[in-house]
Design a protein. Structure first.
Length: 256
């Protein structure tokens, strides 16, 4: 059994790789930071006696994403699990945030995820087996003033996952696709987004453990806590303008 995890060098991606390794999956770990990937490889191979293949790359590169799929398929055939975790955010008023950083965010959070999902899903459907876990966010269900681009990218991930899931259901496919929708999690995300949460942050290891369990059971939308599930219900009930007002103030972010 083999699983490919993007964003595997830190945070939820790293902890999902650990959870899968604990379950006996060999890991293909993809991220930009080669040193952190090497540390993860050493840890997982020593602790779980599985094999880890590390690939250092920036998923902003569209051709690189296509090459990643081609190389993995040529070497391993159809993989069992794909975890699209790579992504980052940016905080600030939309008129003041950095355009190039936002375009990179869109390329990572949306375009790379789209490419990898499509290409690996085609292989899985052909074999009629496999699981895909896309890391979205509770942010994908509501407007997000001060993080407009990030919230929008996660909305794309949620809707793409739900749409594909229904197509697979119509075809009676054994392939399953899920979206993990956490709230604030204690990871390196905050540093990259230049933001500090005044909300209680979830433990990344616990989120990863819950996500893997529910993914393997075929859950479509995965909410790792009761509070986050309630937030999802409120997002369905409240008008968008009220949600935007609440998000602006209730997020209680501090722009660094």
């Amino acid at each position: 059994m083999i699983a490919l995890v993007t964003g595997a060098s830190s945070g939820i991606g790293r902890d999902i790789a650990r959870e899968l390794a604990r379950r006996g999956y060999n890991i293909i770990a993809v991220a930009r930071n080669k040193e952190l990937l090497q540390n993860l490889k050493k840890e997982l191979e020593q602790n779980y006696k599985i094999k880890v293949d590390i690939i250092s790359m920036d998923l902003i590169d569209r051709d690189g994403c296509k090459k990643l799929h081609k190389d993995v398929k040529n070497k391993y055939g159809t993989i069992d699990i794909l975890v699209n975790d790579a992504g980052f955010g940016e905080c600030g008023y939309f008129t003041q945030t950095n355009l190039e950083k936002e375009l990179g965010m869109i390329d990572t959070n949306i375009v790379a995820l789209h490419i990898l999902t499509k290409l690996f899903l085609q292989d899985m459907v052909e074999k009629d087996m496999g699981r895909i876990l896309n890391v979205a966010s509770i942010a994908g269900f509501m407007p997000g003033p001060l993080m407009a681009t990030y919230y929008s990218t996660k909305a794309y991930v949620v809707r793409l996952t739900q749409s594909i899931r229904h197509e697979l259901f119509r075809k009676k496919s054994n392939v399953k696709i899920s979206a993990l929708c956490p709230g604030p999690v204690a990871t390196n995300f905050n540093k990259v987004a230049d933001v500090k949460f005044n909300l209680v942050e979830a433990d990344s290891k616990k989120v990863a453990n819950y996500a893997v369990k529910k993914m393997l059971k075929g859950r479509t939308l995965i909410f790792p806590s009761f509070f986050i599930w309630i937030a999802r219900i409120m997002a369905k009930i409240l008008p968008d303008q009220i949600l935007a007002f609440v998000c602006f103030y209730a997020q209680k972010r501090k722009i660094q």
